[in-house]
Design a protein. Structure first.
Lengths: 283, 304, 442
């Protein structure tokens, strides 16, 4: 793990977050801090509530209780639990990808990336009016948008597919496109929901490269849900472990790797047996 | 007070007829996610079949009214069910796995076809029938007003209640009902598990049509007139009722039907007749603002 | 696999085909026995009597038998597939034809009044077709681009028409002032409809738009003091040629241009007027598709949740779709009012909404050319069979069903990207999102 080029300030503070659906408690009193410029991984067995946490952070669910504070490098603090819907992405600059890949399948790869820059372009088009009149400001802005799209297409190895329909891309390409699209929104926090799912070893390695690049060159903080331990262990600076909606561990990848509670959670061992297993294993 | 109760009776009667039609809409939507625009016209066809069957029976000498009505019920249910089956088989099944809007347009085309087919076949004029079920009972009375409930109203409400109960039992307890519920949840999985999806869907349409035909008979007996256009009007109202109650929900269809019937009746009684439909539609819109999936509808949580 | 261009039918024995035909005939008998075989009519006493029409019944059942037999023999029992692949010259020819179709149609449209100057009937038909083309293009913005299933589009048509009529008859403003005002009022109605449906999905959205359309019609029908109720509004001022009236007098159009007066002058003017309005609608649509708002519409149609995650305000996006679509409907309504001189609520019923939606879907949502062709075929085809009255409606309904089965995505169902780096690649319909209904796909 390379030393992150950060100043150790927090970018996201999640404080006593709870999410309840009727009688079901999906997330129970979760608190953690993601540092600026770090890659923070959120792991845990299936059904642990990880995507729910994401949905709370990115404005798709309104949390039952709790605070989520996003500290912008230059724009102050945003209270994410109060920003709903699209505003989290627009104002707080939090971008995300989805577990089930949500691309605009009927639009081309390039169009997908240009749509991501919608808000900038809307202003440049004078909220459509300048655009209708064919004024130059809009055309310049659109060209700039295409340039940015081209940049991310190169970084994600998709330039050759720029004019193909997004729905016709291979699975791995679609995953990369989603990340490229998220980057086109110029986020400060990038939330990735299982970006390595379904990727083979080679593709996972490429993904690691991409994420490290984003962290290093663009100083973007990354929050990552992942099951693929090679990705988690190789690139994360900080790991938070959830089980049944509760945080059971929080630390560096090495600390987590050896934590008996984490092992128990994945192996499904009863609490009392944790110590026994720990003794057997020689911890 | 008496006036109120009288309107209540009228409203429940209208509502029962709407509810019977609404069940067809809601079942079909629940199982294949499609708005069957032609369903209102199936109701109209059912009414026409009933009328002609009745006239034919009288012409060949069956004059005992209860016997005639019973035979009419059987004939109309069977033949209207056949219409329901045919419409599904030819206009919807080929489109089942295709583009979402295609069955909708096909249904609209089917609706146009049925309405005009009946118009050509039976003429555009309104068909009157002498009242077949007569008699009424006085429930309450005061100096100014007697609250009456007529036999036909009792029959409508009772029949609807019985059919509703029977149908709920069918959905909850029988094999067919289980198959229907499975198809509603996940069509592909149900077929993988051995449910005959085609047959289940056909039966859904068939039962919906049969219920609509009963509604048609009730309409005929209650109003004494029928024309080829009633399908459209009743169809829109019944569909509104199904959505109001929560589309896909059986009790919702009945509840929605009753609500629409009551709203209509009370609005015309206490405010104005001309705007009763506006009232019904407006209440639908307001209800959906606060309950986007209808009153008893299952809230659709979209997986993010 | 059947060879291309050959008619190898899956083999089926005559006995089986006869069985299928007999079954079909039996079903037909059940369906048609009472409704065609017998006829109810009011007898001399006013009561209903029933008479027989068994020859008609026999003919219909016989036709079904023959048809089913023929179908079984030619196509076998499975779904109908035409031979194998189409001959290799078909696809490229269609592509070339497609490129020429748009300019060809445009030139044809411009020349219609010249070619058919004396034929009032053709000119009126052309105006009718162009009105529906414009309505189709307007609805295309809402349904085709933004993916919002609107079943009450006629409401905006009505608002435009009545706004124009009321402004023109009460305030005596000219057409050129009333038209934009009517459009703005219709856009306002669009926003009004937009608010309650923001949280609704698919079919719920559809029924609310339908209810809205009905409410507008019923209000127009019953608010006698303002709208004239069932009598509508009449004596709507006829259009003038930028101030020159189309009459026989010295200050009139004919006199000013040194032409002999003919009542067709006004009709020709109306034709070019609706053509211009339609072309403006088309231009606006194509333009908007290339602007962020248009892309946001299409993205919303594809996946609304993804849009929100990109910071797109889907609320305002939906409202603008409704508003702009409604505005063009309003313009069309104004034109309708001034062309007819008289409007009544009958012209603005659900059937119109259904017809316009059918035009959009049959033409291929999102395709301007497809919608125009569909309008031409359906409206002109419909008019030309006027004498057959109810029969043509039956054929019309049947045609809708058959076309949907044949081409569920409409005539021209591909999508042209609005932006490309190297090469514009047409996107096939199977990938393009549809007007949202029910649960979203992943």
């Amino acid at each position: 793990m390379t030393a992150p080029m950060t100043d150790d300030a927090p970018i996201l503070i999640v404080d006593h977050l709870s999410m309840r659906f009727g009688g079901l408690i999906a997330v129970d009193d979760l608190s953690f801090v993601a540092k600026r410029g770090h890659i923070t991984a959120l792991i845990g067995p299936n059904g642990a509530g990880k995507t729910t946490v994401f949905n709370c952070i990115t404005g798709f669910y309104k949390p039952t209780t709790g605070l989520m504070r996003l500290a912008h490098p230059d724009r102050g603090v945003y209270y994410l639990e109060r920003l709903l819907n699209f505003r989290v992405a627009k104002l707080a600059r939090v971008a995300r990808t989805f577990q089930n890949i949500r691309l605009f399948a009927g639009m081309t790869v390039l169009e997908n990336l240009v749509v991501a820059q919608h808000n900038t372009l809307m202003v440049a088009s004078g909220f459509t009016f300048a655009g209708l009149l064919g004024l130059r400001t809009y055309r310049k802005a659109e060209n700039a948008a295409v340039d940015k799209a081209r940049y991310w297409l190169e970084r994600t190895n998709l330039l050759a597919r720029a004019d193909d329909a997004a729905g016709s891309l291979a699975y791995g390409e679609q995953r990369r496109l989603e990340i490229a699209r998220a980057m086109c929104t110029d986020p400060v926090l990038l939330c990735l929901d299982e970006p390595a799912a379904g990727l083979n070893a080679h593709e996972s390695a490429e993904l690691n490269e991409l994420l490290k690049f984003i962290q290093r060159e663009h100083h973007i903080s990354i929050l990552l849900i992942e099951h693929d331990m090679s990705v988690v262990m190789q690139i994360s600076d900080h790991v938070v472990v959830l089980d049944y909606g509760v945080k059971i561990a929080d630390g560096t990848p090495d600390e987590i790797r050896n934590d008996p509670k984490v092992i128990a959670a994945y192996l499904g061992v009863e609490d009392e047996e944790v110590e026994k297993v720990g003794a057997e294993v020689g911890l | 007070m008496e006036y109120f109760v009288q309107q209540l009776i009228i409203g429940v009667t209208h509502g029962s007829i709407y509810g019977l039609i609404a069940i067809g809409y809601t079942m079909v939507y629940g199982i294949i996610g499609m708005i069957n625009f032609a369903h209102g016209d199936i109701f109209m066809v059912g009414g026409f079949i009933a009328m002609i069957a009745f006239l034919a029976l009288v012409a060949i000498g069956v004059t005992a009214i209860p016997l005639a009505l019973f035979l009419v019920l059987l004939i109309a249910m069977a033949l209207t069910a056949l219409y329901g089956w045919t419409v599904e088989r030819f206009a919807y099944r080929p489109l089942r796995h295709s583009f979402r809007l295609a069955p909708l347009i096909s249904a609209i085309g089917m609706s146009i076809l049925l309405t005009n087919y009946v118009q050509i076949a039976q003429g555009a004029r309104v068909k009157p029938l002498p009242p077949l079920v007569t008699g009424d009972h006085i429930l309450m009375s005061s100096e100014a007003f007697n609250v009456q409930i007529s036999n036909i109203q009792i029959i409508v409400i009772a029949t609807t209640f019985v059919l509703m109960a029977g149908f709920s039992w069918l959905v909850a307890r029988t094999r067919l009902g289980r198959d229907m519920r499975a198809c509603e949840q996940d069509l592909k999985m149900a077929s993988l598990l051995g449910v005959d999806v085609d047959r289940t869907i056909s039966l859904t349409f068939v039962i919906g049509a049969a219920l609509a035909s009963v509604a048609g008979i009730m309409y005929l007996l209650y109003y004494g007139v029928i024309d080829f256009y009633i399908g459209f009007v009743a169809g829109i109202k019944a569909f509104t009722a199904a959505v109001l109650g929560g589309i896909g929900s059986l009790p919702g269809a009945m509840l929605g039907g009753l609500l629409i019937g009551l709203i209509e009746t009370f609005w015309s009684a206490y405010f104005s007749v001309e705007y009763k439909d506006v009232a019904a539609f407006s209440i639908l819109i307001v209800a959906l603002i606060f309950l986007p999936t209808g009153i008893l509808g299952r809230p659709e949580v979209e997986k993010v | 696999m059947p060879d291309k261009a050959s008619h190898t039918a899956p083999s089926i024995s005559v006995a089986d085909a006869l069985k299928d035909a007999a079954l079909a005939a039996l079903v037909a008998f059940g369906l048609f026995f009472l409704l065609i075989g017998l006829r109810s009519a009011q007898g001399p006493t006013g009561a209903l009597e029933v008479s027989t029409r068994f020859t008609d019944l026999a003919m219909v059942v016989g036709a079904v038998f023959a048809g089913a037999f023929g179908r079984a023999m030619i196509f076998g029992r499975g779904p109908i597939r035409f031979g194998g692949e189409m001959p290799s010259w078909v696809a490229p020819t269609l592509a070339v034809a497609g490129r020429f179709a748009t300019p060809a149609l445009l030139i044809f449209a411009l020349l219609v009044p010249v070619l058919f100057f004396q034929n009032r009937y053709i000119l009126d038909l052309g105006i009718l077709v162009l009105t529906y083309v414009m309505l189709g293009w307007g609805l295309n913005i809402v349904v085709g681009l933004a993916g919002l299933l609107d079943l009450g589009y006629v409401a905006f048509y009505a608002v435009g028409a009545y706004s124009y009529a009321l402004l023109a008859t009460n305030f005596e403003l000219s057409f050129w002032i009333c038209l934009p005002l009517a459009g703005i009022l219709a856009a306002f109605a669009g926003v009004l409809l937009g608010f309650p449906v923001l949280r609704l999905r698919g079919d719920y959205l559809a029924i609310v738009t339908l209810a809205f359309g009905e409410i507008v019609r019923l209000v127009l029908l019953n608010w006698q003091s303002v709208t004239g109720g069932p009598n509508g509004i009449s004596s709507i001022p006829r259009p003038s040629f930028f101030g020159l009236p189309f009459n026989n007098e010295d200050g009139g159009f004919a006199a000013t241009f040194g032409l002999e007066f003919s009542s067709t002058h006004r009709i020709v003017f109306l034709f070019y007027l609706i053509l211009a309005l339609a072309l403006i609608t088309n231009w606006a649509t194509l333009r908007l598709r290339r602007l962020p708002v248009g892309r946001a519409w299409e993205a919303m149609r594809e996946d609304e949740i993804a849009c929100r995650s990109l910071g797109i305000n889907t609320t305002t996006t939906k409202l603008t779709a409704f508003a702009i679509g409604a505005m063009f409907g309003g313009f069309a309504g104004s034109f309708f009012a001034t062309r007819q001189g008289f409007i009544s609520p009958e012209s603005f019923n659900f059937g119109e909404s259904a017809l316009i939606l059918a035009i959009v879907v049959l033409g291929g949502m999102g395709s301007q050319l497809g919608v125009a062709v569909a309008a031409l075929v359906m409206i002109a085809g419909f008019e030309l069979f006027r004498e057959f009255q109810a029969y043509r409606m039956v054929v019309f309904g049947l045609a809708m069903v058959l076309i949907m089965i044949w081409r569920p995505r409409g005539l021209i169902s591909t999508r042209e990207p609005s932006l490309y780096l190297g090469e514009k690649k047409i996107i096939p319909a199977s990938l393009v999102g549809e007007a949202r209904s029910g649960g979203s796909g992943s």
